[in-house]
Design a protein around this ligand. Structure first.
Ligand code: NAD
Ligand code: UDP
Length: 341
């Protein structure tokens, strides 16, 4: 009886495998399957992007130096034969056969990008140059993960792509925001000088499952504090604003931009609901059913006072609109952190 079950199980496995292989052959034949490099693929956003691109029938090369990302973020993808994990630092050149490159490699949270500020600049200058050389060599399309930080502490509100920003070039955030501005400049120059096929996305504050517990960003900090009934630490008086985008919305916008012809951006992608940090703290306390108290700590220098994306261009060119309300996205993120902390 036991043998019979094993036989059935093996047959089912064989069938699943041949079905899977046939599907892969079909994707390859129809040119649907692409070799896609995701740098920073073991990070928060990168891991969701790898997952989605695999689901869509692509072969993924996930490259990461594991500075802020981890194998754990992509553990569930390891058994998929179309997923490869490469340990590499983009400030060193690399040759790979690819059709598309999503360049996400760069620490994103202030505590991490300020930890080794020179390395952050190198990642955005040498690293981006290496990825652009690879795109040039392989004639692949490259998408750069840029940021709302290119607008600095914005005087124009909400921020449109045509706004050039208000950035302190010598402050503690400049390794990241000036770094990302150079990265955009490099993308444009490779396009103009070498005709590299580029896409630039300006990502606004994104949150969701798999944010690192030690990330230091506001959503993960507040949720972890709320779940532990510890003090919620607001920097400054909490009147500064941000607009929070759930990771699934962002990833959809990213993939759409990559696969849209005749439009390279830069384009804002995010959620245009705007909240003060105090409102966010209160919302998280309520959703997590927490007993936490709010405490106020000093505001770090150059902390932007307001931020909200103008999404007109994203809507017009990509048909993009956020679909996940912040309360729903926060609830999903709270449920995730409940399991991991
Ligand atoms: P993250 O820190 O979770 O992911 C970054 C990943 O890049 C990590 O896995 C890290 O190990 C890897 N990495 C860093 N430097 C590298 C290097 N030199 N070589 C190879 N790998 C390297 O951050 P995230 O939130 O997932 O951000 C991903 C990208 O999106 C970043 O480029 C970030 O600037 C951009 N972005 C994120 C947000 C956001 O709110 N999360 C907002 C704007 C822009
Ligand atoms: N912030 C806060 N408490 C925290 C972490 C962050 O009040 O524990 C504030 C931070 O000063 C900033 C806002 O929340 O005004 C968003 O911070 P985050 O680092 O998440 O993103 P960024 O400043 O890069 O937009």
């Amino acid at each position: 009886m036991k043998n019979k079950h094993i036989k059935i199980y093996r047959k089912a496995l064989c069938f699943a495998e041949s079905f899977f292989c046939a599907k892969i052959q079909l994707y390859k034949k129809e040119g649907i399957m692409k070799n896609i490099l995701v740098t920073g693929g073991a990070g928060f956003i990168g891991s969701h992007l790898c997952e989605k691109l695999l689901e869509q029938g692509n072969h993924i090369l996930c490259l990461d130096n594991f500075f802020t990302g981890s194998r754990k973020n992509v553990e569930h993808l390891m058994d998929n034969r179309e997923f490869e994990l490469i340990r590499h630092d983009i400030i060193e050149p690399i040759i790979l056969e690819v059709d598309q490159i999503y360049n996400l490699a760069c620490p994103a949270s202030p505590i991490h990008y300020q930890h080794n500020a020179i390395k952050t600049i190198k990642t955005n200058v040498l690293g981006v140059t290496n990825m652009l050389d690879l795109a040039d060599e392989t004639k692949s399309r490259i998408l750069q993960a840029s940021t709302s930080e290119v607008y600095g502490d914005p005087i124009v509100h909400p921020q449109k792509e045509s706004y050039w920003g208000n950035v302190n070039p010598i402050g503690i955030r400049s390794c990241y925001d000036e770094g990302k501005r150079v990265a955009e400049a490099l993308m444009m120059d490779y396009h103009r000088q070498h005709n590299v096929d580029i896409r630039i996305i300006r990502i606004f504050n994104t949150y969701g499952p798999r944010m690192a517990q030690n990330d230091g960003r506001v959503v993960s900090n507040f949720i972890i504090q709320a779940l532990k009934n510890e003090d919620i630490t607001i920097y400054g008086d909490g009147s500064q604003t941000r607009s929070f985008c759930y990771v699934d919305d962002l990833v959809r916008g990213m993939i759409t931009l990559m696969n849209t012809e005749d439009f390279m951006g830069p384009v804002n992608v995010g959620n245009d609901g705007e909240y003060t940090i105090l409102e966010l703290a209160k919302m998280i306390i309520e959703l997590a059913n927490s007993k936490s108290k709010i405490v106020f700590k000093p505001l770090p220098s150059d902390d932007p006072t307001q931020r909200r994306p103008d999404l007109t261009l994203a809507k017009e060119k990509l048909g993009y609109e956020p679909t996940i309300h912040v309360r729903d996205g926060l609830m999903k993120t709270i449920e995730y952190f409940e399991k991991v902390i």
